[in-house]
Each structure stands twice: as C-alpha cells, then as structure tokens.
Write a protein that binds this ligand. Structure first.
Ligand SMILES: Nc1ncnc2c1ncn2[C@@H]1O[C@H](COP(=O)(O)OP(=O)(O)O)[C@@H](O)[C@H]1O
Ligand SMILES: [Mg+2]
Length: 344
C-alpha cells in the first residue's frame, strides 16, 4: 500500500524561548508537541486522530499539510517529500491538501462575500478563470446544501452550521485529495453536528476524498473513522481499525478515553475498571520518563517508568505502545495479560 499522506519519525518542537534580554536564565524551553510519530494514511481512508486537548493533534495535522515546519523526520504527500520540496512545488501541491478548522468564523474573512471567499482558492491556484469560478461556486453551494444566492452575503449573516458549510465548501472546491478537519464539529450545536458529519461523508464519496479527522470526542469519531490513531503527549499510543479500537481498546489511555464516552451497554458499563482519566496532561516540555502515560496509568508497572514502549501489533488487531502487551523478554508474563474491557 502506498500512502497518500505519510509521517516518518516526525517531530515538531516549538521553542518557547526566554526573551533575549533574559537569556542568562538559560536557553529557551522546548514544547515537544509532536515527538516521534509514524503515520500512514491510504487514499480513500478516514483516519480519526483522537486524544486530550494539548496532546499534539492539531500540530500533527498541520505538519502533514506542511503548514508546520518539522523539527525532525519526514512528511510525504503522494510519495513526495514535502520537507524538501521547493516553495514553488509546495505551492502547487497546496490545492490538493486542505484544512477545515474548528471555528468557521475565524477561517472566513468577515469582509469577503461568501462567493469571493469560495472563488479565492480557485483563482489563487489558477484552477479557473473568474467566469468558470463563479459557476463552480454556485455548484459547490448546491453540494453543501446552501442557496446559490448566499454568494452575495457576508459570513456574519450565517449561523455557525452554515458558516461551517461554507468553510468546508472552501476547502473542497479546488478538488483536493486530502483534507485535514481539525475538530470541525466542536464549535457547533449538537443538533447541527450530525448534519455536518453527514456532509463530510457525502463529500468524501462525491469527491473521493481522504480525511484526517481530528477530534477529542470519540463519540463523533465512531461514526466516521475507518481507522483511529490515539495520541498522547506527542506520540501515537494506539492505532487500528475503528471497530477494533472501539470494541477492544488496548491501551489504558484509550480505555480511559472511551470510558468517558457514554455507551448504552450495561455489560460494558459493569466492566469499567478505570473510571475517568486521573490527573492532568503532563507538560509536553518535560514528558515523563519511560512510557509517557505511566504517571496516570492505573496499570503502570516498574518497567513503564523506565523504558519507552514501541508501537507494536497486538492480538486484537491494532498496534499499541504499552508494556502490558510486550513480546517475550518485555514485562513478566503475569504482568502482560491484557484486560479486555469489551467482553462481558
Ligand atoms: N505555535 C506554538 N508555539 C508553542 N507551543 C505550541 C504552539 N502550538 C501548539 N503548542 C503547544 O503544543 C502542544 C500541542 O498542541 P496542539 O497540537 O494544539 O494539541 P491539540 O490539538 O491536541 O490540543 C500544546 O502544549 C500547545 O500548547
Ligand atoms: Mg487542537
């Protein structure tokens, strides 16, 4: 399988330096927002990226589109290394990789009519002349369920859900192949969320899109994802087919995240052993030693404080970075038996 979008050993660190005049206080500190991620997204897939706020999801999503400068590692799109692409070649690829943001208002220029905002990517990327751009805008408004006449209006005249339709139309109008949607439902009313989710599904079929769907809400992800990648403090700690991850979450972090999602299943209810996540996300400036989750993990063992587990396949199908599932030579067998939260 060749990946449409790919990250290899990707790191994105932010220097949050002390100002120069205070440099005696030592060098600036480093936020390890993405700290060693391998991820492949195949054409046509929807991969959901989940995890608590602050664990690096947005940074990873932006880095895949090369909107963020990698500190280390490689980002590829359609097998081209985006990190070494010239500015001109990168610009040519921009139309093929687009982003939808959480807040549809801030992603639309308040002084631009909807029609102009939608035509802009077509004109900027030289995909249309202005006449055919107008036609394409009208078609796109149909596709996202808005009246063609709204082209003459301004963003403030729209509800949140309508604005998000416009923002999605703007992302998709230039026929991208890859769309990163960063918490695209979080700013919307619950009643509108399902409609926008349907729109994402419809557009995916219509335009053969590939999605990275970023969300802190696993209930949302359940409906859209083919695969799920669970992120914790700059790393992917579990990744697999959505049905495997939801039915048999393997990493204690995934189990805790899922535990916070209401599930109408009494067996599952009774099987809960973890309860809600304890404590706060540690600072990505100073990640814990060993497994980064160990200070909050109800099943931490001594090895977890010492050694960093790699992401490896487990029996239930997904890949997990956790010593509970270490191959022979890792943790003692007695400590390795995974607990299934899903089976009664
Ligand atoms: N431009 C930036 N400069 C410094 N720190 C940043 C920047 N962007 C994000 N961060 C930090 O990186 C970490 C990961 O952030 P982010 O990728 O936004 O996580 P998420 O999307 O999962 O909430 C956080 O600690 C955040 O404060
Ligand atoms: Mg984010």
């Amino acid at each position: 399988m060749s990946a449409l979008s790919e990250a290899i050993a990707l790191k994105v660190h932010y220097a949050v330096g002390a100002p120069a005049w205070r440099s005696r206080a030592g060098p600036g500190r480093v936020v390890r927002a993405v700290d060693g991620v391998d991820l492949q997204i195949a054409a046509g897939e929807t991969v959901a990226l989940v995890g608590e706020s602050g664990c690096g999801k947005s940074t990873l999503g932006r880095a895949l589109l090369r909107l963020e400068e990698p500190t280390a590692g490689v980002v590829r799109f359609e097998e081209r290394d985006l990190t070494t692409l010239s500015a001109e070649h990168l610009r040519q690829r921009r139309a093929a990789m687009r982003m939808v943001f959480q807040d549809p208002f801030s992603s639309l220029n308040p002084r631009m009519r909807i029609g102009e905002a939608l035509a802009e990517p077509l004109l900027v990327h030289g995909l249309c002349n202005s006449r055919s751009a107008r036609e394409r805008v009208a078609e796109m408004l149909d596709v996202v369920g808005l009246d063609r006449r709204v082209a003459a209006r301004y963003p403030h005249e729209f509800s949140g859900g309508q604005r998000q339709r416009v923002a999605i139309a703007r992302a998709v109008i230039g026929n991208p192949r890859f769309v990163v949607a960063d918490e695209p439902l979080s700013a919307l009313d619950i009643s509108v969320q399902a409609q926008i989710l349907d729109l994402f599904a419809d557009l995916k079929d219509r335009f053969a899109l590939t999605y990275l769907f970023v969300s802190h809400d696993l209930a949302v992800v359940r409906h859209v994802a083919d695969r799920v990648a669970v992120m914790y403090l700059g790393r992917i700690v579990e990744m697999g087919a959505a049905e495997d991850v939801f039915a048999r979450p393997a990493h204690p972090y995934t189990q805790a995240l899922l535990d916070a999602v209401p599930v109408p299943d009494p067996t599952r209810e009774r099987a809960r052993i973890i309860g809600r996540l304890q404590g706060e996300l540690p600072s990505p400036m100073a990640p814990p030693s060993g497994c980064r989750f160990h200070p909050r993990c109800p099943r931490a063992m001594s090895i977890c404080q010492r050694d960093d587990p790699s992401l490896l396949p487990v029996a239930s199908g997904q890949a997990v970075a956790c010593w509970l599932y270490a191959p022979e030579g890792g943790a003692p067998a007695a400590e390795r038996t995974p607990v299934s939260l899903a089976s009664p």
